[in-house]
Design a protein around this ligand. Sequence first.
Ligand code: C2E
Ligand code: MG
Ligand code: MG
Ligand code: MG
Length: 287
Amino acid sequence: AAKRSGKDRIRHFRPGMRQGLRDRSKLETELREGLGRDEFFPVYQPIFALNSGTPVGFECLARWKHPQRGLLLPELFIPIAEETGYITELSLKMLRQACRDARRWPDALILSVNISPLELRDANLATEMLAILKEEGISPNRLSVEITESGLIADPRAADTVLSRLKSAGVSIALDDFGTGYASLQHLRELQIDRIKIDRSFVQQLTTRTNSEIVRASIALARNLSLGITAEGVECSDSVDLLKDWGCDLGQGFYFGKPLSASEATESLLGGSLSDSALRGGQVDAA
Ligand code: C2E
Ligand code: MG
Ligand code: MG
Ligand code: MG
C-alpha cells in the first residue's frame, strides 16, 4: 500500500514539477540569450526629498523585454540571474545604460542602482563599476549603490573591499529593503552604509500599529547612527506627513511616481512635471 501511495504521489506531483523545471531551464537559456541581445533595459523611479517636495534622484530598476513573454519584472528574472551567475553582467549593463541616460539629467540628481549581495563576492566589482562611470562621464558622487537584501553576504571581507573602494571614490551606499533581509542589523553593523531604505511592506500600511512602530524605530535608529533614511512604497499623502514628522528625509513610491522610461524621466525633468502631480500614476511603456 505504501508503494502504491508513493506511486500515486509521484503521478500526482511529477508532471507539474517537471514542467516547472523545464520552464526554469528554458528561462535560464533565454536570460543568457537576452543579455546578448540587449533585451534588458532600465526604468527610473523618482526619489523625493520629503521636506521640500523636490526630486533628488532616480532609482534604476531592471526590466526584461522578452520577445515572446512580454515585459518581465525583476522578481521573475533576478533570482535566476543570481543563481546562474549572470547577475553581475546584468547589473553592469544596467549601470552603463543608466549612466548614458543620466547624462541628460541635471548634475545634482543622484542615480541609484541595485546590486545583489552575491555580486559583492567579486572584489573586482568596484573597479568595473568605476570604470563604467569614467567611460560614460558620470561622477562617482552622483552614484548610489543599493545593496538588495536578497541573501546573506557570504564573504564579508570581499564585500568590504568592494564597498571601501566605491566609497573612497565618492559613491554612497544604501541598505535596501531594510527590515526584511536575512541580517539587516548585522549588515548595518558590518558594512559601510550611508543610508537605509525601509522596505515598502512596512511603509505601505502605516496605519497599522506594528508597521508604524517599526518604521519609527528604524528612522530613530538610522538618525542615531547618522545615516540617511529613504521610505519606499509611499502611496499616499498621509504617509508623507507621518514620515516627515518622524524625521525621514527621502521618499519613493507610487504617490510620487511610478518607474518611468528613460525618455519619460527626461521629459518629466524638462517639463518640470516631477514636482507636481502630472507624474503620479505615470506608466512605463515597454517600447
Ligand atoms: P527595490 O530595489 O526595493 O525597488 C523598489 C520596488 O518597489 C520596485 O519594484 C518598484 O517598482 C516597487 N515600488 C516602488 N514604489 C512602490 C509603491 O509605492 N508601491 C508598490 N507596491 N511598489 C512600489 P521592481 O521594479 O519590480 O523591482 C523589484 C526588485 O528587484 C527591486 O526592489 C530590486 O531589489 C530588484 N532589482 C531591480 N532591478 C535590479 C537590478 O538591476 N539588479 C538587482 N540586483 N536587483 C534589481
Ligand atoms: Mg532598490
Ligand atoms: Mg527596496
Ligand atoms: Mg524592495
